[in-house]
Design a protein around this ligand. Structure first.
Ligand code: ADP
Length: 506
């Protein structure tokens, strides 16, 4: 017994250390390896010399290093034994890259007031299978991510930091660190896109949204000054109804955006050219139309001046000339008003209304404004479903059709001038049909083709915009306006308007 005690007294620390069955490492308080026993050399596949002076964290799988550093700092701040099974599990990596889940224990050793740490590792054999499966899954995810070119980030709201993978860092102009402050992350987002992105995030952070986050924004490369379009889809996680983190998958959609933009350019240009042509045509037509009344006004004014120069001027001549001025001014004004009304049509809203009422109102206007003497016959349909349209616009169309009919009939020699207005429900088409018929001279095929052209008129003081505007207004209300050529007797105009949805659903 005495011999045994003596023998143990001379047993060196090194012999004892090398005899430990578990893998063991001694490190300095800086985290660097000073000793490594044979079990550790076998477990990690390195010999002691290779790891001498190397940081222990180099043996830890990169994505667990942060966690390891946390254990290490915790221990070095307050060196007390941290035995196994107290949650110091970590994923480490051997020389061949094989990952293994290890349980670690930390023990302080003080030699000449210098702190060293003995770390022992044991392999979590019972967990290996689960970890293997997880590793396979992780690998699959990594491959899928790589194939699709996705980046992933994890924004920790409490700490205000973003953990991101390599791909994400590439998107953000090759930022070097695995962690970035949230402010740094946002600073590279295009200022014009920040508000929209924040709105999407605010929505996702509201528990009512189930955390769904979707956004598209531009990221500016600080060095290259180039921008990249990013599409993000992610989920916010909550703890006790408060958002704690956002995990997202990110895609670079720059090419897609460029393609979409290219598609839009020719359309925009085509639209612009069309608009310019339409504007030029309309402007020249207006100039042409105004030219006549302006020339006439100028001629009448000359007459007035000449007449006034004469002391015994002829009052009747003066009156006629001034009357001519007034008429021509009114003609020009009417044309411009109609154009303005046409251009403003898009600002008016549609409503559900009784078409029979609008017809009666429009007819009253034409009868009382002295457009001519004629009879009216209304063949209205009782219980006609309500139509969905803009009252002012349909009223304008009806007044125009009635006025045209009255004016056309002035030249006719029929003893009984009549405007017949017929209303029918086209139930199969869910439309109301209106026919305005007169017994004036009517229209032949050639005329019928031209009357909807802007500025086509056969009247001395006509503008030729009434029917063009009327057709545009009916079409703006989802209906159609046409004329039946060679209608007997006189002209026969048709138009349709859709029923209000509730009138045929009920
Ligand atoms: P304007 O107000 O100058 O008459 P419109 O667009 O209203 O312009 O009509 C264009 C032309 O269509 C008229 O000048 C006329 O020749 C013809 N027209 C319109 N309505 C009738 C009708 N009921 N009967 C015969 N011709 C018509």
């Amino acid at each position: 017994m005495h011999n045994v005690i003596e023998a143990l007294k001379i047993l060196s620390f090194r012999t004892l250390f090398d005899a430990i069955a578990d893998a063991a490492i001694v490190m300095e308080n800086t985290g660097h390896v000073v000793l490594m026993n044979p079990a550790a050399q076998q477990l990690f596949g390195y010999n002691e010399n290779e790891l001498m002076g190397v940081a222990v964290e180099m043996l830890i799988t990169p994505r667990y290093r942060k966690q390891y550093r946390y254990y290490q700092t915790l221990f070095l701040d307050k060196p007390a034994k941290l035995p196994m099974g107290t949650g110091n599990e970590i994923m480490a990596c051997d020389r061949s890259g094989q990952e293994m889940l290890l349980d670690m224990s930390f023990s302080p050793i003080e030699v000449q007031q210098q702190l060293y740490v003995l770390i022992t590792f044991t392999v979590f054999r019972q967990r290996l299978k689960v970890e293997d499966t997880l590793r396979v899954r992780e690998e699959c995810l990594r491959l899928a991510k790589q194939a699709a070119g996705f980046g992933i980030f994890d924004y920790d709201f409490k700490r205000g930091v973003v953990y991101w993978d390599r791909k994400m860092r590439e998107f953000w102009g090759g930022y070097p660190g695995e962690v970035i402050s949230y402010e740094g992350f946002v600073a590279m987002i295009h200022p014009a896109d920040r508000v929209g992105r924040q709105a999407a995030l605010d929505y996702a952070m509201n528990p009512a949204s189930h955390g769904e986050y979707k956004a598209e924004y531009r990221v500016i490369d600080p060095l290259e000054k180039t921008e990249r379009w990013i599409a993000v889809a992610g989920r916010v996680y909550f703890e006790a109804n408060s958002a704690t983190r956002l995990v997202s998958v990110v895609r670079d959609v720059t090419e897609q955006k460029i393609f979409q933009k290219q598609l839009r350019i020719p359309r925009n240009e085509a639209e612009k050219i069309f608009e310019q042509q339409a504007a030029a045509r309309t402007a020249s037509a207006i100039a042409h139309e105004l030219n006549q009344p302006l020339t006439a006004i100028s001629a009448y004014s000359e007459v007035v001046l000449q007449t006034l120069r004469n002391d015994n001027f002829d009052v009747k001549r003066l009156k006629n000339a001034l009357q001519g001025c007034v008429e021509q001014t009114q003609r020009a004004g009417r044309g411009l008003h109609e154009l303005i009304a046409f251009l403003q049509k898009s600002e008016l809203a549609a409503e559900s209304l009784d078409l029979n009422d609008v017809i009666r109102e429009a007819l009253d206007v034409v009868v009382s404004d002295g457009s001519g003497k004629f009879r009216t016959r209304l063949k209205l349909e009782k219980d006609l479903p309500a139509v969905q349209c803009n009252r002012t616009q349909v009223h304008k169309v009806l007044v125009n059709l009635f006025r045209n009919a009255a004016e056309a009939m002035r030249t006719a020699d029929s003893p009984i001038l009549t405007i017949i207005t017929q209303v029918q429900a086209l139930n199969d088409k869910r439309m109301a049909s209106v026919i305005v018929q007169d017994n004036g001279p009517g229209l032949d095929q050639t005329m019928a083709k031209r009357i909807f052209e802007p500025f086509f008129t056969t009247k001395q003081t006509g503008i030729g915009m009434g029917l063009a505007i009327s057709r545009a207004l009916i079409e703006a209300n989802d209906g159609e306006l046409w004329v039946e050529p060679d209608g007997e007797p006189g002209a026969k105009f048709h138009f349709t308007l859709p029923f209000a949805p509730e009138s045929y659903l009920s």
